[in-house]
Design a protein around this ligand. Structure first.
Ligand code: GCU
Length: 614
């Protein structure tokens, strides 16, 4: 609790001492709930000077519970003489979900505040039902108001948040106002410097959620650690009458049980099921589960599998597995926008399947919930990551609390996804004692919240001065991770492709070796000799040389080349070639495949055949 209070304090640091009205509520299994979508066209006000948030003395209008002014009040002039200098009704609109950058050329590079307003009516199904506003994600910080009252402030652009509004809603004409700000801050997570587009806006679903007075706020299903035939279920109730009976059933497994929730509203179950079919990429078996109380019911589809390491092997359901992977950014390349929908997930994971993947690294932040759910179905294992990327403020307690919260929210959302096998706590962070301490506490957090998955990070490689062919992986943080996973760009940032054939490795850890990134830029359709940068031939050559080189590393257990599709990046300026795109995709941002796609697919086909032959 203390660290979340710290987190709330962090929120205030940006906006100077604003009392937050309500705590965030976790609403797990959101798609199985009784909801009303508030997606669609929202009126917006682009507010670069935060005029709607601060008065001219730069004091926030919501410094006091009774908000003193500003756009959150959604006020309209009562008569011709009243001075009101904004009007949501006559303001332009933007689609929600959706980033603002790809919806309006004037907002393509925009970083700052945009105010969103949505009107809605409510017809409750039962008088004592409760109501919540749920937002799948908004980048980067969101101040949320309903009918002129502050609901809360959420920080972090990639995790869901919800607030109870039962006492605040009216039957009609409710005004939901959200100030979204995507300014970058040194103390933030991620910090000011990233290699992806800083898409702003309400980027995922907004839902009005109705629940009974006491409802099931979340649940966790998993195999009891150390077993493959005992299912553990924990259900969390929220409401006045918590200590009540809860039922759990798995119809297709013909098992069910009942237990009484304790004073904290937690009901625990252990269900034995002798012939449980385990989930795997080859057979992604999902089972219906129903959690119910007298008044509430949640349904979901869940798979069961074990994941572990033994020496340098990764074991899925006790069997050695090779992770045939690819990295993915949460971006729909053809439209050049933030991906958010189930269709987007099917497109991206469909391409990964075509590549022969049984694994994807969802980089560098929690993607939308559809990704892991579709991966469950398609039989694709997932690496999920918290955006602790490059040079974070390691000694800043608020930054740590922020990162811990984002990790916690990600786990609370995706803990029931069989496809998710790895929680990653960072990417390419510079070695130092404060950094390793920071990351270690995230590893501890992940293990405390979910001890059944692997925990890792994308580390880096070093060389001794004067010995550039000798690649060394001995990051002290590797002590705490389950995999020895690192990014390496020999042949692109380090030399040309021929160097790949000459390097040799020293890897400190007796753990599965996983290459979380390698690759090269190629402009789709640009053909030249294999030494010409940005040609498809150069990129393909990097793949042709890297894959066999990696195969020689003892303990090599998988890789996720960088990256499935070209993606937008504000760091990639080469005119006529990059033009704001990182071109390391094996698929171009026109959706067409590059030569490297075939090189990788052929490698994975051979691996899959060898695996099956085993
Ligand atoms: C880094 C980083 C990626 C980046 C990539 C690149 O390793 O993790 O986010 O996009 O390299 O330089 O293309």
């Amino acid at each position: 609790m203390k660290k979340y209070l710290l987190m709330l304090v962090a929120g205030m640091a940006y906006a100077a001492a604003v009392p937050v009205a309500r705590a965030e509520v976790v609403l797990g299994d959101i798609f199985a709930r009784q909801t009303t979508s508030l997606n669609g066209k929202w009126n917006v006000i682009v507010d670069p000077y935060d005029t709607g948030y601060f008065d001219y003395r730069r004091q926030p209008y919501d410094a006091t519970t009774k908000i003193s002014g500003g756009f959150s009040l959604d006020h309209h002039a009562k008569d011709k003489s009243e001075l009101v200098e904004y009007n949501f009704d006559t303001s332009p609109t933007l689609n929600v979900p959706g980033d603002w950058n790809s919806q309006d050329d004037k907002l393509f590079y925009y970083e700052g505040s945009v105010w969103y307003r949505r009107k809605f009516d409510v017809k409750k199904s039962a008088p004592d039902d409760r109501l919540f506003i749920y937002i799948g994600a908004a980048n980067y910080e969101a101040d949320v108001y309903l009918n002129g009252k502050k609901l809360g402030k959420h920080i972090g652009g990639f995790t869901p948040f919800a607030y109870e509004v039962t006492k605040l809603v009216k039957e009609s004409g409710n005004s939901l106002v959200v100030r979204v700000n995507n300014n970058r801050h040194p103390e933030a997570v991620p910090t000011v410097n990233t290699d992806w587009w800083n898409y702003g806006g309400i980027t995922r679903d907004v839902l009005l959620v109705e629940t009974p007075a006491t409802f099931i706020s979340n649940f966790r299903t998993r195999l009891k650690p150390g077993t493959t035939n005992i299912i553990e279920v924990n259900a969390q109730l929220d409401g006045a009458s918590r200590e009540q009976p809860v039922k759990v059933s798995f119809p297709s497994l013909k098992i069910a049980a009942e237990a009484k929730a304790d004073k904290d509203g937690v009901a625990r179950f252990e269900l034995s099921t002798p012939n449980l079919m385990l989930w795997s990429p080859e057979s992604p078996v999902l089972n219906d589960v129903v959690i119910s109380t007298g008044a509430d019911e949640l349904k979901d589809r869940v798979g069961f599998r074990t994941i572990a390491t033994r020496g340098t092997d990764i074991l899925l359901n006790g069997h050695k597995v090779f992770l045939r992977g690819i990295c993915i950014h949460e971006e729909e390349p053809l439209a050049g926008r933030r991906a958010w929908s189930e269709a987007d997930a099917r497109e991206l994971l469909g391409w990964a399947k075509e590549l022969g993947c049984n694994f994807v690294r969802l980089a560098h932040y929690p993607h939308n919930e559809h990704m892991a759910r579709v991966a469950d179905e398609m039989g694709i294992m997932c690496w999920e990551e918290t955006p602790v990327y490059w040079t974070i403020q390691w000694t800043n307690a608020e930054t740590l609390a922020n990162a811990q919260k984002q990790l916690g929210d990600e786990i609370a959302r995706d803990q029931n996804r069989a496809s998710v096998i790895i929680w990653s706590v960072s990417n390419e962070t510079p070695v130092s004692a404060p950094r390793t301490k920071f990351l270690k506490s995230l590893v501890d957090e992940a293990r405390a919240l979910d001890g059944t998955r692997l925990v890792s990070a994308a580390m880096e490689v070093r060389s001794e001065p004067g010995d550039p062919l000798h690649k060394i992986v001995d990051d002290p943080f590797g002590e705490y991770t389950d995999l020895c996973s690192f990014n390496q760009y020999t042949g692109w940032y380090d030399g040309t492709p021929e160097k790949i054939d000459r390097i040799h490795w020293t890897i400190k850890y007796n753990k599965p070796v996983f290459i979380s990134e390698f690759g090269a830029d190629a402009q789709r359709g640009f053909h030249a000799d294999a030494l010409t940068r940005f040609s498809e031939e150069y990129q393909a050559d990097v793949y042709k040389r890297t894959l066999p080189m990696l195969e020689k590393i003892p303990g090599f257990s998988g890789c996720t080349p960088w990256i499935l599709c070209d993606f937008r990046s504000p760091r990639r300026m080469l005119p006529g070639i990059q033009d704001g795109w990182n071109l390391k995709g094996v698929i171009g941002h026109d959706g067409k495949k590059k030569m490297a796609f075939d090189v990788l697919r052929d490698f994975y086909d051979a691996k899959a055949k060898a695996g099956l032959a085993r």
